[in-house]
Design a binder for this molecule. Structure first.
Ligand SMILES: NC(=O)c1ccc[n+]([C@@H]2O[C@H](COP(=O)([O-])OP(=O)(O)OC[C@H]3O[C@@H](n4cnc5c(N)ncnc54)[C@H](OP(=O)(O)O)[C@@H]3O)[C@@H](O)[C@H]2O)c1
Length: 326
């Protein structure tokens, strides 16, 4: 094994060009940690927040990346065999210790999930954080049941599209929003039943289709749209606040009786690798291989195009996941 690796380092918050590719020593795992040869990694808004200086608790210089997909190359505690295909995510990756934007990453074994697949690495690299967030939002956040309806506010985001795919697997009726009518086909192609163009009054559009409102709703745009999402939801329906694409997540002067419609339930989701059971990851990968589920990928970049990839993420022009291969 070589002694050094290429890694993408952020010395301090800044524009996309603040991400620089450097040669760093390959980390040595302590017992309980796993060294992964990274094959691909997905980009996440969390890393955009870090680069913009909006993230709390991040120290610099830092190799970014809250997720990675690859192969185990060292595991002193014996939790995983050498050569095992794995994903890793969260738990401080790319925030309090160096993360997945590198040829190797060293992470706690508790953040690692094994799988087996012949799919290409770019497809597999799109999955960990996207699937964990979608699955966690549907289960922990919404307790979504087969046959229910779901409104996905921020439907063209990678989390939004993955949630639509999982919801369709559960035979749910999916409503999904975009601000850009040119992206409607990307949503119908993955099975979305009702594409809604977000004009700020999505509740009106929902009630025109289901007068009582949707059973469940996933808020990914943030607090500017949350009151309207709550209004789109039926009595005893559930709204889960998972994302804040608008970069706004605080409700000022929160007066519950005014803010939350009568009988609508507001919850939230944030989680980590333990929310994604290994069998759920494997079943999703197998469904993709069988052609019964799709991975919503917008674009795959080579490692040395990280500046272009971050520029695209910041511009918000994608429909689905941005992935980088090593
Ligand atoms: N709670 C958790 O555990 C967790 C974990 C992961 C991610 N998240 C959050 O989930 C959200 C989605 O993440 P992602 O990585 O899937 O996003 P993404 O793929 O980067 O989303 C891109 C899409 O977001 C929409 N968008 C961008 N800015 C917007 C704005 N100001 N208002 C409304 N829509 C906007 C655009 O859609 P249109 O142009 O089509 O409207 C764009 O295509 C983020 O807020 C992220 O922080 C939460």
């Amino acid at each position: 094994m070589p002694a050094t690796m290429r890694a993408i380092v952020l010395d301090a918050p800044g524009p996309p060009t603040a991400l620089s590719i450097r040669e760093l020593p390959i980390p040595t795992p302590a017992p309980g940690w796993v060294l992964i040869q990274v094959k691909a990694f997905g980009l996440n808004r969390s890393e955009l927040h870090t680069r913009l200086g909006l993230a709390e608790g991040v120290t610099f210089p830092r190799v970014l990346g809250i997720e990675a997909t690859g192969v185990v190359t060292a595991c002193p505690g014996g939790e995983f065999p050498i050569g095992q295909q794995v994903v890793a995510m969260m738990g401080g990756m790319g925030r309090t210790f160096d993360g997945g934007y590198a040829e190797y990453t060293c992470v706690p074994a508790t953040q690692v999930i094994a799988f087996a697949s012949n799919l290409d690495w770019a497809t597999l690299g799109a999955l960990p954080e996207m699937l964990q967030t979608s699955y966690g939002s549907l289960t922990v956040g919404l307790d979504a049941q087969p046959g229910q309806s779901i409104l996905i506010r921020g439907g063209t985001s990678s989390v939004g599209m993955a949630t639509a795919v999982l919801a369709k697997q559960r035979h749910m009726t999916v409503f999904a929003t975009t601000r850009n009518s040119a992206k409607a086909a990307a949503l119908t192609n993955i099975g979305v039943n009702h594409v809604l163009i977000d004009d700020g009054d999505v509740a009106r559009q929902v009630h025109a289709i289901v007068p009582e409102g949707v059973d469940t709703a996933l808020e990914l745009v943030g607090t500017p749209t949350l009151p309207d999402t709550l209004r789109a939801t039926r009595l005893h329906g559930v709204v889960c606040f998972t994302g804040m694409l608008s970069n706004q997540w605080i409700v000022h002067e929160f007066y519950p009786v005014d803010y939350i419609p009568r009988g609508v339930r507001l919850t939230a989701y944030g989680g980590d690798a333990t929310d994604l059971p290994p069998q759920v990851l494997q079943a999703f990968i197998d469904a993709v291989a069988a052609g019964t589920a799709v991975v919503p990928i917008d674009h795959v970049y080579p490692f040395d195009q990280i500046v272009a990839a971050h520029t695209a993420m910041e511009a918000g022009t994608a429909s689905g996941k941005l992935v980088v291969t090593t």
